[in-house]
Ligand binder design. Structure first.
Ligand code: SF4
Ligand code: SF4
Length: 162
């Protein structure tokens, strides 16, 4: 069954179609991963990027990140209404992912949260590095969560508090 039927994107599809950065790139610093593969009329992520790192062909195009240009600045996450952008970072001793988060209560820095995959499956637990609450610029709150296993960077796409 395809991801258009299940609603769950296959990571193999993302890898094979250039939506995921290489391990080498991830080790250089934070980098955005955009998992927005449907042709919908939406493009605020493109305009939000000051580094010209997001490319899309027309308003209905599919956004692609130029991983060499991306600085991991989070500007695209803040404006994405689809909760489709994540920041992976394997450059620090402890790997981490920043995920958009729309529930309350927000987690607290230093707290333990449950890590969830694209299909909602529990992947383990992580520690909250920081929380940026939603504001006029950021449509959703952003939560950075760190964990021990670097392989989880490509898998963690949501969290559960508690
Ligand atoms: S994280 Fe920043 S630099 Fe990277 S694609 Fe998003 S807006 Fe551009
Ligand atoms: S802003 Fe979000 S939902 Fe809209 S095109 Fe960009 S990644 Fe997709």
């Amino acid at each position: 069954m395809s991801h258009f039927e299940t609603g769950i994107i296959d990571p193999l599809y993302l890898r094979e179609n250039g939506f995921l950065p290489s391990e080498e790139r991830q080790r250089k610093g934070p980098v955005a991963v955009i998992e927005c593969i449907q042709e919908i009329p939406c493009n605020p992520c493109v305009g939000a990027c000051q580094f010209d790192a997001i490319h899309m062909e027309g308003i209905n195009g599919i956004p692609h990140v130029d991983f060499a240009k991306c600085t991991g600045c989070m500007s695209c996450l803040k404006v994405c209404p689809g909760l489709a952008i994540f920041i992976q970072d394997r450059s620090r001793a402890t790997p981490s992912v920043i995920v958009p988060y729309e529930y309350l209560p927000l987690p607290t820095k230093g707290g333990t949260v449950t890590l969830l995959g694209r299909d909602g499956a529990v992947l383990g637990t992580g520690t909250v590095r920081f929380v940026l609450a939603a504001d006029k610029v950021s449509k959703s709150s952003l939560v950075s969560v760190e964990f021990d296993d670097p392989a989880l960077c490509e898998q963690v796409r949501n969290i559960r508090v508690g």
